[in-house]
Design a protein around this ligand. Structure first.
Ligand code: UTP
Length: 322
């Protein structure tokens, strides 16, 4: 399906959503449930991503799936029997919940036979692009970047400075070793873009020691990539962990003079890819939920009080015996 550009206000027709990883940090749940389908309150992460892609004005979501993770695509099906049964019972609110994913965006499955890396996964999506697409967005379904809208800002930076634009967040120095860290320089002083939020990338260092980190600006799962990325992906060799790394292809483009900038996101970010990030995301979304929020707040307060009391008692016991 070829769609004209006026239907894509930010110039992005296709969003690539790599979802073929093994999800090892979420075992044993991911033996049978793809991590992209784990619910944040009641909505799977992949549906939240589809919502963000639709808000950007994209019309196609190329989902990279593993052969054993077809359930991810099934979530975007129509479920006529379920809709019929719910409608007969007058459950209109639930009908809307069932139909929502299907109505957000057109999903297209691209199979990645083996998890050969994020770069390899992204490269496979070239096969679904139209000839007139000179830019694609990549959204990692592990990463919730809130509120929506950062890709729109990134599109404005590309419109002014060209090339590719990545999303960054500022973390504390102790945290840099967990991330890909940007080496940046300032943009031209006469630019209309906000210098505090937009920087030019001169390099990237993957999970550096604190003392070697070039900045505290780290990569998040939002990329606006020039179509040249597909050529770069074909020219790199396997990197860290023997995988084809997206960052290696971006590095190659930087060394060849392709402009790469970051937009520093100032809102929230949740990493759904491991329990340590997923649980706070559920708490955050749960507290904001009109139905569950008040009861959850009460429950959390009680749980905290119980834990504090247990810790206090344990401390007392140690003091008494010593
Ligand atoms: P991650 O490294 O966060 O996902 O990749 P993973 O490999 O599933 O996680 P762990 O380390 O085993 O727990 C970032 C994104 O890239 C996708 C993943 O599905 C995730 O959304 N990915 C990664 C692929 O689609 N294919 C790959 O070969 C690797």
């Amino acid at each position: 399906m070829s769609l004209s550009s006026h239907e894509h206000p930010h110039g992005v027709k296709t969003v690539i959503v790599p979802a073929a990883g093994m999800g090892t940090r979420f075992l044993p749940a991911t033996k049978t449930v793809p991590k992209e389908l784990l619910p944040v309150v009641d909505t799977p992460g992949i549906e939240l991503i589809a919502e963000e892609a639709a808000a950007l004005g994209a019309s196609r979501m190329a989902v990279i799936v593993a052969p054993n993770k077809q359930e991810v695509m099934r979530h975007f099906g129509q479920f006529p029997n379920l809709v019929e049964t719910l409608s007969e019972r007058g459950k209109d609110e639930q009908v809307a919940k069932v139909q929502r994913a299907n109505q957000l965006i057109q999903p297209v499955a691209v199979e990645q036979a083996k998890p050969l890396g994020l770069g390899h996964a992204v490269g496979l999506a070239e096969s679904v692009l139209d000839d007139d697409e000179d830019v694609v967005a990549v959204m990692l379904p592990d990463d919730l970047v809130m509120p929506f809208g950062v890709l729109e800002k990134m599109a404005r930076v590309r419109a002014e400075l060209g090339g590719s634009v990545l999303c960054a967040v500022n973390v504390s120095p102790e945290e840099v070793s967990n991330y890909g860290v940007f080496d940046v320089e300032e943009i031209a002083a006469d630019s209309d873009l906000p210098a505090a939020r937009v920087k030019r990338v001169v390099g990237m260092v993957e999970k550096p020691d604190v003392d070697d980190a070039p900045s505290t600006l780290v990569a998040t799962g939002r990329y606006l990539l020039d179509r040249a990325i597909f050529d770069a992906l074909k020219r790199i060799t396997p990197g860290k962990g023997g995988e084809i790394q997206l960052t290696d292809a971006i590095e190659l483009m930087i060394t060849e003079g392709h402009p790469v900038h970051i937009v520093v996101h100032e809102g929230k970010r949740h990493d759904l890819g491991n329990p340590a990030g997923y649980i706070p995301a559920c708490v955050d979304f749960g507290l904001s939920h009109p139905t569950y929020g008040p009861a959850l707040r009460k429950a959390i307060t009680e749980i905290l009080a119980e834990h504090d009391a247990a810790e206090h008692d344990a401390g007392e016991a140690v003091r008494t015996t010593s």
